[in-house]
Design a binder for this molecule. Structure first.
Ligand code: TLP
Length: 356
């Protein structure tokens, strides 16, 4: 029997469910640049409703959503305060500088979770000598910090204090539904104080394409123009929005399964000699682990995993990321652990052979 690939590279790899494909095939469509696609309009209304906001906008990707928000909130020459591992800074092709002409002012915070003291220390106010802060940005869950989650009171305080200083706060909520599930709260409670929110339909929610920007009517009107500048005005996008609507209705209640699978993986990894991971820190569907020192590099481990049908990306010389999602079940996680155990046992036996 051939075994299917266990793809733990990202939750972006999910395939649309049969319900999504049916909805896509049946979608009523129009030209969305003329605002005439009824399915896109429905998705935007639904997203705004779920977040308790005035308006929302469908964008092709999380990157476009974040970069559009940054453009709307800032002026060239300003700074954006974000955590050192923020996606907007590390994984969006330098667009923060290339498109908005702003620079990141980063803060390294434990588990990627900044508090007001961190943010305050990075804010630069008007001066005759240096650039000033134009925007604060938080990421929840914090991807590159291991899918960690902001306690609501911490993100609320950052928003309140930033607003007292006249600064807007944008949320990269690519996986905000995962964060909400981890806290046992609704997304409204996590996000109500932010000026703008980006969330992805195409991560754990499982839609094939699309992210949403959510905010005030005025913000979304500006964002619509920026989206067009970026070439993100799509036409019969109802085909995509239809899958997004299904994702929004069906997937949030299932995300806890991905979190349980990530925990299961983390606990199994912690039992492998030399592997570095603290399972107690795994709150959502993302985990990073360190490969044993003195053995194969992370990229070698990743190659050997792939040769046996388990995909996981190396993120440095010594660490690997795994992300769970609805196309990998508990048995798949078990297989990933088994294959990894075998690979690392080879390293151990060759290391001990070297020492005799
Ligand atoms: N993240 C991808 C990679 O780019 C790293 C992944 O596999 O996790 N914000 C956050 C927090 C993200 O994790 C991502 C994608 C984005 C924004 C961008 O979304 P897309 O890929 O739709 O542009």
């Amino acid at each position: 029997m051939t075994q299917s690939v266990v793809d733990l590279r990202s939750d972006t790899v999910t395939r649309p469910t049969p319900a999504m494909r049916r909805a896509m095939a049946d979608a009523e469509v129009g030209d969305d640049v003329y605002r005439e696609d009824p399915t896109v309009n429905r998705l935007e209304e639904r997203a705004a409703g779920i977040f308790g906001r005035e308006a929302a906008l469908l964008v092709p990707s999380g990157t476009m959503g974040n970069q559009t928000a940054i453009k709307v909130h800032t002026r060239p020459g300003q700074e954006v305060v974000c955590e050192a591992r923020a996606h907007i800074f590390n994984y969006e092709m330098g667009m923060i500088g290339a498109f908005s002409g702003v620079i990141p002012r980063t803060v390294l915070a434990e588990d990627g979770i900044m508090n007001w003291d961190h943010v305050q220390s990075a804010i630069r106010t008007r001066s005759d000598h240096h650039s000033v802060t134009g925007l604060i940005e938080l990421e929840n869950s914090a991807n590159l910090a291991g899918g960690s989650v902001y306690p609501i009171e911490v993100s609320d305080e950052i928003c309140d204090r930033a607003h007292e200083r006249g600064l807007p706060v944008h949320l990269d909520g690519a996986r905000v539904f995962n964060a909400a599930v981890a806290l046992g709260k609704g997304v409204v409670e996590l996000t109500r104080k932010f000026d703008s929110i980006m969330f992805c339909l195409s991560k754990g929610l499982g839609a094939p394409v699309g992210s949403m920007l959510v905010g005030s009517k005025a913000f979304i009107e500006e964002a619509r123009l920026v989206r067009k500048m970026l070439g993100g005005g799509m036409r019969q996008a109802g085909i995509l929005a239809a899958a997004g609507l299904v994702a929004l209705e069906e997937t949030p209640e299932k995300l806890h399964i991905d979190h349980e699978n990530a925990k299961f993986l983390a606990e199994g990894l912690a039992e492998i000699p030399g592997v570095k991971i603290d399972p107690a820190k795994i709150k959502t569907n993302i985990l990073f682990f360190g490969v044993p020192a003195g053995g194969f590099s992370a990229s070698e481990v990743s190659k050997r995993l792939a040769a046996q049908g388990v995909l996981a990306n190396p993120t440095s010389q010594s660490s690997i990321r795994m992300v769970t999602h609805f196309d990998v079940d508990r048995a798949g996680c078990g297989r990933a652990l088994q294959v990894l155990r075998e690979i690392l046992a080879v390293t151990r036996s060759s290391a001990s052979a070297r020492t005799v």
